[in-house]
Design a protein around this ligand. Structure first.
Ligand code: HEC
Ligand code: HEC
Length: 474
């Protein structure tokens, strides 16, 4: 518990007792209480700049050295709809650079939809897709760091030797061999996810095969790509062990996608990064005050810790629940229990992975379900989860509605404050930290926005892709 929190708690306690001895309707007392609290806060916040250590700066050595030729191939694959069952969606549809490498939506619209970001629609009538993606599409910044060991909001992919193949993943022992990194292993999962890229079982050979066993469709997809002559040649050029296109497997597809994402979206030249490297003038006064809170009384760095600004652990911060849910077979109701869905440990209920924060300004909406479209909103939420839940307005979501869209599915998870184990239930009381001037914190978060790979990335959006299918552009 932070010192400040302790003091305000003590203060509340003694004032609370005083109040209970009071006659009702003495409004003046509240005033006094507020004055007292702000006075103490003022003194405390003015005191030390930051109590926790600042992290050391990121350097090139913190990143895996990916191959540029493989990345150039990965760029085309990332934007190519050829990797989806029905050839109608690419990685870029949900992770687009013009939308900060996310999709700008609280919960996205997967295969079968049309358009990009806020303009994406779910079509109508018989063509209507059935379900929204249950979680927010995260940004893809700095995923090539060596330190990173866990991906996805619930951490269902991590570096581990549980299955003697390097990874603990949803494919368990059926994960293909040859994937060279965490990011490469991740890349092959959207391809087999029904609502993201694979499509429905009877619609195409990929979805049909996934239905049999998760690894059945990867060879079919690899073949689909390598028989396109332009891709076949690029694979042979980019991978030493590939002598002819027939040898290309899904592992090379994953490795190329990883190389592209890592090189394209490495970003550690923000004002904060400059500050860490010794250029103190890089931060404005408000940003520096915000940094003081982040690494001090705000306690943010207890979870958003270290060079990556994430402990890569799981915490319940009680975001307002909504969406179609990630319900498991034995769940008594539609819900998304977060980490517990993976670990089966009750204490993990509603815990989600702490996100890294570089370029967070660009990756709205925020949280695993995109419950807050603004940084102000998500920061306020951390400081007062119950108060914010009470005030939360679904209409602020980035959640396009359409004629013919089955809204009721999107609202399967309802806000039920009386749930036992409601998200946020187990949240640390350290959060009830009355910083009214949270604007400094937001200013600091905006000092995490990089420059080079944000404005002029190495590869950019390709003019065309080898399959000839359309490329997502704004
Ligand atoms: C329909 C939208 C959609 C498509 C298409 C899609 N993604 Fe994602 N992506 C998501 C969502 C949603 C998540 C978070 C899922 C979760 O954590 O449960 C995610 C997570 C990720 C992550 C993990 C990020 C992190 O911080 O944990 C990476 C990396 C990623 N996607 C890359 C890709 C690649 C590569 C492709 C193409 C092969 C792709 N995505 C296609 C929506 C999409
Ligand atoms: C107890 C651990 C913990 C502490 C302390 C904490 N956070 Fe978080 N933060 C999280 C988790 C976990 C999430 C993601 C929650 C989810 O997806 O459900 C998150 C999400 C965020 C996000 C949204 C990022 C995104 O990409 O969606 C921001 C911004 C943020 N935190 C800032 C802060 C600030 C500022 C503070 C200090 C006031 C803070 N956090 C303190 C754990 C923490």
């Amino acid at each position: 518990m932070s010192g400040l929190h302790q003091i305000t708690r003590v203060l509340d306690f003694s004032l609370g007792r005083a109040r209970s001895q009071e006659k009702p309707n003495h409004g003046g007392f509240q005033h006094f209480r507020h004055f007292f609290r702000s006075f103490f806060l003022g003194v405390l916040l003015a005191a030390p700049a930051h109590s926790a250590e600042l992290p050391s700066p990121l350097t090139d050595d913190d990143f895996i050295a990916f191959d540029r030729k493989q990345a150039a191939l990965g760029q085309l694959l990332f934007y190519d709809r050829i990797l989806s069952g029905n050839r109608n969606i690419a990685c870029s549809t949900c992770h687009h650079p013009v939308l900060g490498t996310g999709d700008g939506l609280s919960l996205g619209i997967g295969e079968g939809g049309e358009g990009l970001g806020p303009n994406r629609t779910a079509l109508v009538d018989d063509n209507r897709i059935k379900k929204r993606i249950p979680r927010n599409a995260p940004g893809l910044w700095n995923l090539g760091t060596k330190e990173l060991h866990t991906l996805f909001h619930d951490g269902r992919l991590s570096i581990s030797d549980d299955y003697e193949n390097g990874f603990n993943s949803p494919a368990e022992e059926w994960l293909p061999e040859g994937l060279n990194s965490l990011l490469a292993a991740q890349a092959i999962f959207p391809l087999v996810a029904q609502f993201e890229m694979a499509g429905n079982p009877k619609e195409n050979e990929i979805a049909g095969a996934v239905h049999n066993r998760i690894d059945a469709s990867w060879p079919i997809l690899a073949k689909r790509v390598r028989v396109i002559p332009e891709y076949g040649k690029m694979f042979v050029d980019a991978f030493d062990h590939i002598d002819e296109p027939g040898q290309v497997s899904i592992a090379e597809v994953g490795n190329a996608l990883a190389a592209f994402q890592a090189i394209e979206w490495t970003s550690f030249d923000s004002p904060f990064d400059q500050y860490l490297s010794g250029r103190k003038a890089a931060l404005t006064d408000a940003q520096e005050r915000g940094m003081g809170l982040f690494y001090g009384k705000g306690n943010c760095s207890s979870c958003h810790s270290g060079k990556l600004m994430s402990d890569q652990e799981f915490h319940a911060i009680g975001l307002p629940p909504f969406g179609p849910g990630r319900t498991r077979r034995f769940d008594p109701m539609v819900r998304d229990v977060g980490r517990m869905g993976e670990s089966d440990r009750l204490e993990d209920a509603y815990r989600f992975r702490t996100p890294m924060l570089r370029n967070v300004e660009l990756t709205s909406p925020y949280g695993h379900n995109g419950a807050y479209p603004t940084l102000e909103g998500i920061v306020r939420h951390h400081l007062d989860p119950d108060g914010m839940l009470a005030k939360w307005q679904p209409k602020r979501l980035h959640f396009p509605t359409h004629r013919g869209w089955n809204q009721s599915i999107s609202w399967s998870i309802r806000i039920c404050v009386k749930w036992p184990g409601r998200p946020g239930f187990g949240m640390s009381s350290g959060f009830h930290f009355p910083i009214r001037k949270f604007t400094d914190l937001v200013a600091f978060l905006k000092a995490l926005t990089g420059t080079t790979s944000v404005s002029s990335p190495s590869f950019g959006i390709p003019d065309r892709v080898p399959s000839g299918l359309p490329v997502d552009r704004p």
